[in-house]
Design a protein around this ligand. Sequence first.
Ligand SMILES: [Zn+2]
Length: 352
Amino acid sequence: MPLLARMLPAPLTMSVRRGAVAQLGALLADSRVATSGRVAVAVGPGQGDHIEGLIAPTLGEAEVFRVADGSVDAAVSLGADLRKGAYEVVVGVGGGRTIDATKYAASLAGIPMVAVATNLSHDGICSPTASLVYEGGKGTFGVPMPLAILVDLDFVQSAPRVLVRAGIGDVVSNLSAIEDWQLGNVEHGEPIDGLACSMARTAAEALIGRADSIESDAFLIVLAEALILSGMSMVIAGSSRPASGGDHEILHAVDQLFPGTSNHGELAGIGAAFCFSLRQDTARLAQVTDCLRRHGLPVVPADIGLTSAQFAEAVALAPSTRPGRYTILEHLDMGDTEIRDRVEDYVRAVGR
Ligand SMILES: [Zn+2]
């Protein structure tokens, strides 16, 4: 009997718990991530001192680097420091920006990276991509997946609420992204990966109906796991397809046209709800908008300070942000007037 299976890359350790940062040294040693070599720790500008104080007792030997921001420049500069110091591993501790910059720096230095997330704003914790700012725009760069993933719930509980809630929008948008992938499969024979779909979808389904929210540790654990599963689904798919469809095209277009409007997860949530409205899937639309509202996330353009006309402009630009990706937006191929009408329909249907 043939014993054929594909081997999946996966982090050595995944742990969602309180006190993860304080126990970093023990976790690194236990998981054999760092055994004898030098460890570098990269922290963001905000909580650097606090984090340095917490890790000092167990990681005294580690060198701490400050990552100025989530830019390519900051990542390249950290990468050069890491190469010079001949480190065995770099640990990125912080939010999305610090982790993404550290991921990219680690890939430049050719060393493994451990991600320690202190908020849950998007599914980049475990993804094989780094989203970094360069020349005023934002680019997505392919990088190796982190070797280990830790989420510290003490930090998450004290992170700005808006950054923790945002991750819910990013996870829920998987449901729309998977529909887009299936559409690409049916319409153009695009290969689809059932395992990647099941991971991305299960992550969203685990979260969407929950009555509790980010005040509860039980909810945060599911949210963290869902974000990590989403990241893993992208690793398995070899692209962001299972977690990024028309919803993320709209997100990127809003970022381009109206920078600073809102964060990644909030925009992904609105984009997903709007895509379900385009598909005239009223059941899913209601489920998604109920979920977004329950957690205090924006639903209509006005919630993020955009007019319907501005949002329509973003929808029109959206397909060009991801050339070659077939989604409900490319499928409907709407003209400007139709887009405006569909945005108005959406606002009428789901507006308060
Ligand atoms: Zn996303």
